[in-house]
Design a protein around this ligand. Structure first.
Ligand SMILES: [Zn+2]
Ligand SMILES: [Zn+2]
Length: 102
């Protein structure tokens, strides 16, 4: 299952497992929606890929122990803020390419 990281990697805003603001890339790099839109231009600073909304893990044991109580969220904070100017240079050649074509 996905690693549910606890905060935005850029601004460190809390992103609990039920957050609707969490965005992830294929490598599970995790940011808040505001940072993805305003700072990152939908370009992951670590891999260059795009972001999607992180699914919310079921809080109840609906079936087969596949739920938050069995698979708790990560508590390891990865606060690695990007330099906005450096990221803008990195993203300049990427952000205009649809994520599916990168
Ligand atoms: Zn953020
Ligand atoms: Zn990434």
């Amino acid at each position: 299952m996905l690693e549910l990281r606890p905060t935005c990697e850029h601004c460190n805003k809390p992103l609990p497992p039920d957050s609707l603001e969490a965005r992830i890339c294929t490598y599970e790099c995790t940011f808040c929606a505001a940072c993805v839109d305003t700072v990152l231009a939908n370009v992951c600073p670590n891999c260059g890929g795009g972001f999607v909304a992180r699914p919310v893990i079921p809080s109840k044991n609906w079936k087969g122990d596949n739920y938050l109580g069995k698979d708790p969220a990560s508590t390891t904070v990865r606060h690695r803020p990007v330099d906005p100017a450096a990221h803008a240079r990195f993203a300049a050649g990427i952000s205009s390419i649809p994520p599916a074509k990168r």
